[in-house]
Ligand binder design. Sequence first.
Ligand code: UDP
Ligand code: MG
Length: 319
Amino acid sequence: MKLSLVVPCYNEAENVAAFQDAVIAAFDGCGYDYELVFINDGSTDATLHNLKKLHAAQKCPTKVISFSRNFGKEAGIYAGLQHARGEYICLIDADLQQRPEVVRQMVEILDLEPEYDVVAAFQERRRENRILSFFKKSFYCVINRLSKVTLRSDASDFRTFRRSVRDSILELAEYHRFSKGIFAWVGFSTKFIPYTVCRRASGATKWGFKKLMNYAIEGIIAYSTAPLRLATILGGISSVASAVYLIAVILEKLFRGIDVPGYATQTVLILFFGSAQLLCLGIIGEYVGKIFEQSKHRPIYIAKEILDYEQETKEEKRG
Ligand code: UDP
Ligand code: MG
Protein backbone atom coordinates (compact mmCIF):
# COMPACT_ATOMS: atom_id res chain seq x y z
CA MET A 1 0.00 0.00 0.00
CA LYS A 2 1.52 3.29 -1.13
CA LEU A 3 -0.62 5.87 0.66
CA SER A 4 -3.02 6.01 3.61
CA LEU A 5 -5.28 9.01 4.03
CA VAL A 6 -6.21 9.43 7.69
CA VAL A 7 -9.48 11.32 8.00
CA PRO A 8 -10.89 12.23 11.44
CA CYS A 9 -14.64 12.87 11.24
CA TYR A 10 -16.88 14.44 13.83
CA ASN A 11 -20.40 15.13 12.61
CA GLU A 12 -19.43 15.18 8.95
CA ALA A 13 -22.43 13.19 7.62
CA GLU A 14 -22.87 15.49 4.62
CA ASN A 15 -19.19 15.53 3.73
CA VAL A 16 -17.82 11.98 3.88
CA ALA A 17 -19.23 10.69 0.57
CA ALA A 18 -18.26 13.89 -1.26
CA PHE A 19 -14.82 13.62 0.29
CA GLN A 20 -14.36 10.05 -0.94
CA ASP A 21 -15.50 11.04 -4.44
CA ALA A 22 -13.08 13.97 -4.45
CA VAL A 23 -10.23 11.66 -3.45
CA ILE A 24 -11.09 9.11 -6.14
CA ALA A 25 -11.27 11.87 -8.76
CA ALA A 26 -7.99 13.40 -7.64
CA PHE A 27 -6.12 10.08 -7.65
CA ASP A 28 -7.57 8.85 -10.91
CA GLY A 29 -4.72 7.37 -12.98
CA CYS A 30 -2.11 7.97 -10.29
CA GLY A 31 -0.68 4.48 -10.79
CA TYR A 32 -0.41 3.48 -7.13
CA ASP A 33 -2.78 2.11 -4.52
CA TYR A 34 -4.15 4.09 -1.61
CA GLU A 35 -6.55 3.54 1.28
CA LEU A 36 -8.90 5.74 3.26
CA VAL A 37 -8.85 5.41 7.05
CA PHE A 38 -11.89 7.20 8.44
CA ILE A 39 -12.22 7.75 12.16
CA ASN A 40 -15.70 8.38 13.43
CA ASP A 41 -14.97 10.46 16.51
CA GLY A 42 -18.24 9.81 18.38
CA SER A 43 -20.40 11.69 15.86
CA THR A 44 -24.00 12.28 16.88
CA ASP A 45 -25.35 12.64 13.33
CA ALA A 46 -25.46 10.09 10.49
CA THR A 47 -21.67 10.08 9.94
CA LEU A 48 -21.24 6.46 11.04
CA HIS A 49 -24.20 5.34 8.95
CA ASN A 50 -22.74 7.05 5.88
CA LEU A 51 -19.26 5.73 6.56
CA LYS A 52 -20.67 2.20 6.77
CA LYS A 53 -22.23 2.73 3.36
CA LEU A 54 -18.85 3.79 1.96
CA HIS A 55 -17.25 0.77 3.57
CA ALA A 56 -19.85 -1.58 2.11
CA ALA A 57 -19.43 -0.12 -1.40
CA GLN A 58 -15.59 -0.17 -1.27
CA LYS A 59 -15.21 2.21 -4.22
CA CYS A 60 -11.62 2.36 -2.99
CA PRO A 61 -10.08 0.50 -0.01
CA THR A 62 -11.94 2.08 2.91
CA LYS A 63 -11.53 1.41 6.59
CA VAL A 64 -13.68 2.80 9.40
CA ILE A 65 -12.71 3.06 13.05
CA SER A 66 -15.59 4.15 15.20
CA PHE A 67 -14.95 5.57 18.68
CA SER A 68 -17.19 4.88 21.66
CA ARG A 69 -17.53 8.67 22.21
CA ASN A 70 -15.97 11.94 21.11
CA PHE A 71 -12.28 11.75 22.05
CA GLY A 72 -11.15 14.73 19.95
CA LYS A 73 -9.32 15.13 16.66
CA GLU A 74 -5.92 14.37 18.19
CA ALA A 75 -7.10 10.96 19.40
CA GLY A 76 -8.60 10.39 15.94
CA ILE A 77 -5.25 11.09 14.30
CA TYR A 78 -3.53 8.69 16.71
CA ALA A 79 -5.98 5.88 15.94
CA GLY A 80 -5.71 6.57 12.21
CA LEU A 81 -1.91 6.38 12.32
CA GLN A 82 -2.08 3.09 14.19
CA HIS A 83 -4.29 1.59 11.51
CA ALA A 84 -2.60 3.11 8.45
CA ARG A 85 -0.78 0.56 6.31
CA GLY A 86 0.64 2.91 3.71
CA GLU A 87 4.25 3.65 2.98
CA TYR A 88 3.19 7.33 3.07
CA ILE A 89 0.54 8.68 5.42
CA CYS A 90 -1.49 11.82 4.91
CA LEU A 91 -3.55 13.65 7.56
CA ILE A 92 -6.50 15.43 6.01
CA ASP A 93 -9.86 16.83 7.19
CA ALA A 94 -13.18 15.45 5.97
CA ASP A 95 -14.73 18.83 5.17
CA LEU A 96 -12.89 19.35 1.84
CA GLN A 97 -11.20 22.50 3.11
CA GLN A 98 -7.99 20.73 2.19
CA ARG A 99 -8.02 19.45 -1.38
CA PRO A 100 -6.97 15.87 -2.22
CA GLU A 101 -5.19 17.24 -5.35
CA VAL A 102 -2.64 18.79 -3.00
CA VAL A 103 -2.06 15.35 -1.45
CA ARG A 104 -1.11 13.99 -4.86
CA GLN A 105 1.40 16.81 -5.17
CA MET A 106 2.78 15.93 -1.72
CA VAL A 107 3.23 12.29 -2.72
CA GLU A 108 5.12 13.36 -5.84
CA ILE A 109 7.46 15.48 -3.75
CA LEU A 110 8.17 12.55 -1.38
CA ASP A 111 8.84 10.33 -4.41
CA LEU A 112 11.13 12.76 -6.18
CA GLU A 113 12.90 14.33 -3.23
CA PRO A 114 14.12 11.57 -0.90
CA GLU A 115 15.83 14.11 1.35
CA TYR A 116 12.42 15.14 2.70
CA ASP A 117 10.45 12.99 5.15
CA VAL A 118 7.47 15.29 5.59
CA VAL A 119 5.59 17.56 3.20
CA ALA A 120 3.41 19.98 5.12
CA ALA A 121 1.02 22.55 3.73
CA PHE A 122 0.93 26.07 5.05
CA GLN A 123 -1.91 28.50 4.53
CA GLU A 124 -1.22 31.31 2.14
CA ARG A 125 -4.26 33.25 3.18
CA ARG A 126 -6.26 32.58 6.31
CA ARG A 127 -10.03 32.74 5.98
CA GLU A 128 -10.54 33.94 9.51
CA ASN A 129 -11.69 37.00 11.31
CA ARG A 130 -9.05 39.39 12.55
CA ILE A 131 -9.60 38.79 16.26
CA LEU A 132 -9.06 35.05 15.87
CA SER A 133 -5.99 35.69 13.72
CA PHE A 134 -4.63 38.01 16.39
CA PHE A 135 -5.09 35.40 19.13
CA LYS A 136 -3.51 32.68 17.00
CA LYS A 137 -0.49 34.87 16.21
CA SER A 138 -0.08 35.75 19.90
CA PHE A 139 -0.27 32.08 20.83
CA TYR A 140 2.53 31.10 18.43
CA CYS A 141 4.60 34.02 19.60
CA VAL A 142 4.23 32.89 23.24
CA ILE A 143 4.78 29.16 22.65
CA ASN A 144 7.81 29.72 20.42
CA ARG A 145 9.40 31.91 23.05
CA LEU A 146 8.61 29.51 25.88
CA SER A 147 9.30 26.10 24.41
CA LYS A 148 12.34 24.47 22.86
CA VAL A 149 10.49 23.40 19.73
CA THR A 150 9.56 25.93 17.04
CA LEU A 151 6.05 25.87 15.62
CA ARG A 152 5.12 27.53 12.33
CA SER A 153 2.08 29.68 12.80
CA ASP A 154 0.66 29.16 9.31
CA ALA A 155 1.25 25.39 9.09
CA SER A 156 -1.73 23.15 9.65
CA ASP A 157 -1.74 19.45 10.39
CA PHE A 158 -2.49 18.86 6.71
CA ARG A 159 0.65 16.92 5.81
CA THR A 160 2.00 13.74 4.23
CA PHE A 161 4.94 11.86 5.67
CA ARG A 162 6.93 8.66 5.44
CA ARG A 163 6.22 5.63 7.58
CA SER A 164 9.29 6.25 9.76
CA VAL A 165 7.74 9.58 10.84
CA ARG A 166 4.46 7.81 11.65
CA ASP A 167 6.35 5.28 13.80
CA SER A 168 8.06 8.06 15.73
CA ILE A 169 4.78 9.90 16.30
CA LEU A 170 3.16 6.73 17.63
CA GLU A 171 6.03 6.27 20.06
CA LEU A 172 4.88 9.44 21.79
CA ALA A 173 1.94 7.88 23.60
CA GLU A 174 1.11 10.90 25.75
CA TYR A 175 -2.50 11.35 26.76
CA HIS A 176 -2.70 15.08 26.08
CA ARG A 177 -1.80 15.23 22.45
CA PHE A 178 -0.88 18.42 20.66
CA SER A 179 -0.11 17.48 17.06
CA LYS A 180 1.73 20.60 16.03
CA GLY A 181 4.08 20.21 18.97
CA ILE A 182 4.49 16.49 18.29
CA PHE A 183 5.43 17.14 14.63
CA ALA A 184 7.95 19.75 15.69
CA TRP A 185 9.31 17.52 18.45
CA VAL A 186 9.92 14.42 16.32
CA GLY A 187 11.76 16.59 13.80
CA PHE A 188 12.58 15.09 10.34
CA SER A 189 13.23 17.26 7.31
CA THR A 190 10.05 18.99 6.29
CA LYS A 191 9.18 20.74 3.07
CA PHE A 192 6.47 23.39 3.35
CA ILE A 193 4.25 24.00 0.37
CA PRO A 194 1.64 26.76 0.15
CA TYR A 195 -2.06 26.01 -0.18
CA THR A 196 -5.27 27.97 0.02
CA VAL A 197 -7.89 26.75 2.45
CA CYS A 198 -11.23 26.21 0.74
CA ARG A 199 -14.59 26.84 2.31
CA ARG A 200 -16.12 24.04 4.35
CA ALA A 201 -18.21 21.83 2.03
CA SER A 202 -20.98 21.54 4.61
CA GLY A 203 -21.58 22.01 8.34
CA ALA A 204 -19.72 24.28 10.73
CA THR A 205 -16.29 24.27 12.35
CA LYS A 206 -16.03 22.39 15.65
CA TRP A 207 -13.44 24.77 17.00
CA GLY A 208 -15.16 27.49 18.96
CA PHE A 209 -13.19 30.18 20.78
CA LYS A 210 -13.31 28.28 24.10
CA LYS A 211 -12.07 25.05 22.53
CA LEU A 212 -9.23 26.91 20.79
CA MET A 213 -8.27 28.64 24.05
CA ASN A 214 -8.13 25.27 25.84
CA TYR A 215 -6.08 23.85 22.99
CA ALA A 216 -3.63 26.75 23.24
CA ILE A 217 -3.20 26.31 27.02
CA GLU A 218 -2.74 22.54 26.57
CA GLY A 219 -0.08 23.24 23.95
CA ILE A 220 1.86 25.60 26.20
CA ILE A 221 1.65 23.29 29.22
CA ALA A 222 2.63 20.25 27.14
CA TYR A 223 5.63 21.86 25.49
CA SER A 224 7.08 24.14 28.09
CA THR A 225 7.85 24.32 31.76
CA ALA A 226 8.48 28.06 31.44
CA PRO A 227 5.27 28.96 33.34
CA LEU A 228 6.71 27.09 36.35
CA ARG A 229 9.87 29.14 35.98
CA LEU A 230 7.68 32.23 36.00
CA ALA A 231 6.36 31.15 39.40
CA THR A 232 9.93 30.83 40.69
CA ILE A 233 10.91 34.23 39.27
CA LEU A 234 7.83 35.89 40.78
CA GLY A 235 8.64 34.27 44.13
CA GLY A 236 12.26 35.46 43.88
CA ILE A 237 11.36 39.05 43.03
CA SER A 238 8.80 39.29 45.81
CA SER A 239 11.22 37.81 48.37
CA VAL A 240 13.88 40.38 47.48
CA ALA A 241 11.31 43.20 47.52
CA SER A 242 9.96 42.12 50.89
CA ALA A 243 13.48 41.82 52.37
CA VAL A 244 14.22 45.40 51.27
CA TYR A 245 10.94 46.56 52.72
CA LEU A 246 11.66 44.72 55.98
CA ILE A 247 15.00 46.49 56.35
CA ALA A 248 13.31 49.82 55.63
CA VAL A 249 10.70 49.17 58.33
CA ILE A 250 13.34 48.18 60.92
CA LEU A 251 15.43 51.27 60.14
CA GLU A 252 12.34 53.45 60.37
CA LYS A 253 11.49 51.91 63.74
CA LEU A 254 15.06 52.39 65.08
CA PHE A 255 15.71 55.90 63.89
CA ARG A 256 12.33 57.59 63.67
CA GLY A 257 9.94 55.39 65.62
CA ILE A 258 6.89 54.26 63.62
CA ASP A 259 4.17 56.90 63.41
CA VAL A 260 0.78 55.87 62.11
CA PRO A 261 0.90 52.37 60.54
CA GLY A 262 0.28 52.45 56.79
CA TYR A 263 -3.12 50.91 56.18
CA ALA A 264 -2.90 51.28 52.41
CA THR A 265 0.58 49.75 52.22
CA GLN A 266 -0.51 46.71 54.20
CA THR A 267 -3.63 46.16 52.14
CA VAL A 268 -1.68 46.44 48.90
CA LEU A 269 0.98 44.03 50.15
CA ILE A 270 -1.53 41.43 51.33
CA LEU A 271 -3.41 41.61 48.05
CA PHE A 272 -0.22 41.47 45.99
CA PHE A 273 1.30 38.50 47.75
CA GLY A 274 -2.04 36.73 48.02
CA SER A 275 -2.68 36.95 44.31
CA ALA A 276 0.91 36.09 43.36
CA GLN A 277 0.67 32.95 45.50
CA LEU A 278 -2.64 31.96 43.99
CA LEU A 279 -1.28 32.50 40.48
CA CYS A 280 1.74 30.31 41.21
CA LEU A 281 -0.43 27.64 42.81
CA GLY A 282 -2.67 27.70 39.76
CA ILE A 283 0.28 27.23 37.40
CA ILE A 284 1.64 24.35 39.48
CA GLY A 285 -1.89 22.90 39.63
CA GLU A 286 -2.10 22.83 35.83
CA TYR A 287 1.00 20.67 35.64
CA VAL A 288 -0.03 18.46 38.56
CA GLY A 289 -3.39 17.90 36.84
CA LYS A 290 -1.66 16.77 33.66
CA ILE A 291 0.64 14.42 35.62
CA PHE A 292 -2.43 13.04 37.41
CA GLU A 293 -4.23 12.32 34.17
CA GLN A 294 -1.18 10.81 32.50
CA SER A 295 -0.48 8.65 35.57
CA LYS A 296 -3.85 6.97 35.18
CA HIS A 297 -2.54 5.44 31.93
CA ARG A 298 -5.91 5.60 30.27
CA PRO A 299 -6.13 4.71 26.60
CA ILE A 300 -6.07 7.67 24.19
CA TYR A 301 -9.26 6.36 22.58
CA ILE A 302 -11.67 3.44 22.72
CA ALA A 303 -12.82 2.04 19.41
CA LYS A 304 -16.23 0.46 19.57
CA GLU A 305 -16.16 -0.90 16.06
CA ILE A 306 -13.53 -1.37 13.37
CA LEU A 307 -14.51 -2.10 9.80
CA ASP A 308 -11.53 -3.25 7.82
CA TYR A 309 -11.49 -3.95 4.12
CA GLU A 310 -9.16 -6.92 4.17
CA GLN A 311 -10.65 -9.08 6.88
CA GLU A 312 -14.28 -8.38 7.74
CA THR A 313 -13.63 -8.17 11.44
CA LYS A 314 -15.45 -6.21 14.07
CA GLU A 315 -13.58 -5.93 17.29
CA GLU A 316 -13.07 -3.68 20.22
CA LYS A 317 -9.79 -1.93 20.45
CA ARG A 318 -8.09 0.42 22.85
CA GLY A 319 -5.12 2.47 21.87
N1 UDP B 1 -12.81 16.66 14.21
C1 UDP B 1 -12.76 15.47 14.94
N2 UDP B 1 -13.07 15.52 16.28
C2 UDP B 1 -13.41 16.68 16.92
C3 UDP B 1 -13.41 17.87 16.16
C4 UDP B 1 -13.11 17.82 14.80
O1 UDP B 1 -12.47 14.40 14.41
O2 UDP B 1 -13.68 16.64 18.12
C5 UDP B 1 -12.49 16.60 12.76
C6 UDP B 1 -13.54 17.25 11.85
O3 UDP B 1 -14.56 16.34 11.52
C7 UDP B 1 -12.72 17.65 10.63
C8 UDP B 1 -11.36 17.99 11.26
O4 UDP B 1 -11.33 17.37 12.54
O5 UDP B 1 -12.56 16.60 9.71
C9 UDP B 1 -11.15 19.49 11.41
O6 UDP B 1 -12.23 20.04 12.12
P1 UDP B 1 -12.89 21.43 11.71
O7 UDP B 1 -13.16 21.45 10.25
O8 UDP B 1 -14.07 21.62 12.61
O9 UDP B 1 -11.75 22.44 12.09
P2 UDP B 1 -11.25 23.73 11.26
O10 UDP B 1 -11.06 23.28 9.83
O11 UDP B 1 -12.32 24.74 11.39
O12 UDP B 1 -9.97 24.10 11.94
MG1 MG C 1 -12.36 22.40 8.67
